[in-house]
Design a protein around this ligand. Structure first.
Ligand code: HAM
Length: 427
């Protein structure tokens, strides 16, 4: 029978079997961000459409064709956020968080882009973003990169390469843009349709083209790094020196231009070859003009966002995280045992806050309940029948082959038994 309802294309359910990996990632992210004293900010999923047009840029792919935009009942044009930087900047301006102070912030949550779904690219996806405001020097750029590197280490993720580039100041970039347009215009017939269109709208993005037929003409194009203003050049040199001093390897990729318009100076991406075509797991850069563009004071900003689905896919490949099984499964056969079972379960949870205890609900005989206990993956079955209730005892049956046979204990000794077993289990 055809299923009547399915999730919207490109929007995924994260099933219980996968959520342990997500939790592992989220726990590491929180720990590492705290180690650098970044504080969490929680932002709405919907913003005014104009915010994204202004910040990400009118002629970017995101704003031109990927936003989920709708009119609300009031006729206001709203958009499901395609990224978090714009909303974070908006919130900081709105709440005066940038007056004479620096901020180190992070956020996490779903983002929405109407892209062509494929492995690693979804229409609802999740990011963790970190943004730092009020610091103009390359030291904070380097800190953000160190923070991300530490996160990979924490997660046991290898096979990622850091690519960095500098986009220079907006004036230097405007001059470079003219040279680039002149270069590509003279070779218009070598450009694919997309790049011909971009020549008039967003020529730097041509450098980012993955079309193999275009690689030769791109390779010969003037390099952005040869056209940096002196301040951006010094910023980039110091960033490179800081990364080297911190032992962080990087590749300079002069074609790294990013798909959002707000960047200047530093841009970077962490890329892996293990995920196929969608190999960028984390990306960001400096955006010194954004706050002013959105109506705030001229406050510099820099940040990154990582793609949670892509990182989870890498974590899954390392096979490090097992789905947690319950420690114990409580079997209760008979009405009186069911009542006592609930009380026993609550008692054990009071005594052992880290105990994972699954109580059998829904009735059934001993055999059926025992089968469920076995399937649950639990280490012990705790068994309560009429006999045990009358004697105020609990039968405990180890469910793993290596452990000794069944034993019966007074009810008030069960917690101590389980505590000892759980301690023995710890690595
Ligand atoms: P972005 O490069 O558009 O940058 O996205 C950052 C990361 O989000 C990507 O590297 C990728 O891992 C993940 N991502 C993006 N789109 C998708 C998708 N459709 N499906 C799955 N994952 C995806 C930004 O969003 C900037 N706001 C980053 C930033 C923060 N720059 C400064 N601060």
């Amino acid at each position: 029978m055809a299923k009547q309802f399915q999730a919207v294309r490109g929007m995924n359910d994260i099933l219980p079997g996968e959520s342990a990996l997500w939790q592992r990632l989220e726990a590491s992210v929180r720990e590492v961000l705290a180690a650098y004293d970044y504080r969490e900010i929680r932002l709405p999923v919907i913003e005014k459409t104009e915010l994204f047009a202004r910040s990400i840029g009118e002629v970017t792919d995101i704003v031109e064709k990927e936003m989920y935009t709708f009119a609300d009942r009031n006729g206001d044009s709203l958009t499901l956020r395609p990224e978090g930087t714009a909303g974070c900047a908006r919130a900081c301006i709105e709440h005066g968080l940038l007056h004479n102070q620096t901020q180190r912030l992070w956020y996490a949550g779903p983002m929405f882009r109407y892209e062509k779904p494929q492995k690693g690219r979804y229409r609802q996806f999740h990011q963790v973003g970190a943004e730092a405001y009020g610091m103009a020097g390359p030291d904070i750029d380097a800190e953000l990169i160190c923070l991300s590197a530490r996160l990979w280490q924490h997660l046991g993720i290898r096979d990622v390469v850091l690519q960095i580039n500098s986009l220079g100041s907006s004036t230097a970039r405007a001059a470079y843009r003219e040279r680039l347009v002149a270069y590509f215009a003279a070779r218009r017939d070598e450009l694919d349709e997309d790049s011909q269109r971009r020549l008039d709208t967003n020529p730097l993005r041509i450098l980012d083209s993955k079309n193999p037929a275009m690689q030769a003409v791109i390779a010969e194009a003037p390099s952005l790094l040869d056209h940096l203003d002196s301040e951006s050049r010094a910023h980039f040199e110091e960033l490179k020196a800081s990364l080297s001093a911190a032992g962080i390897a990087y590749d300079i990729n002069p074609r790294l231009v990013r798909g959002l318009d707000y960047y200047c100076k530093t841009v970077f991406e962490w890329v892996t070859e293990t995920l196929g075509a969608q190999g960028t797991i984390c990306a960001g850069g400096r955006y010194d003009g954004l706050i002013e563009e959105l109506g705030g004071q001229a406050v510099p900003g820099v940040g990154f966002a990582l793609g949670v689905e892509r990182l989870v896919a890498m974590l899954a490949a390392t096979g490090q995280v097992d789905e947690p099984f319950p420690h114990a499964y409580l079997i209760a056969v008979g009405e009186s045992a069911r009542c006592h079972g609930l009380a026993l379960a609550e008692h054990l949870r009071d005594q052992l806050p880290t105990l994972r205890l699954r109580m059998h609900c829904g009735g059934g005989g001993f055999k059926a309940q025992f089968r469920r206990a076995d399937h649950s993956g639990a280490r012990f079955a705790l068994i309560l029948g009429d006999e045990e209730v009358a004697a105020d005892t609990v039968a405990i049956k180890p469910l793993r082959a290596a452990e000794n046979g069944q034993t019966t204990l007074p009810r008030d000794q069960v917690a101590a038994y389980l505590r000892a077993a759980m301690l023995a289990e710890q690595p």
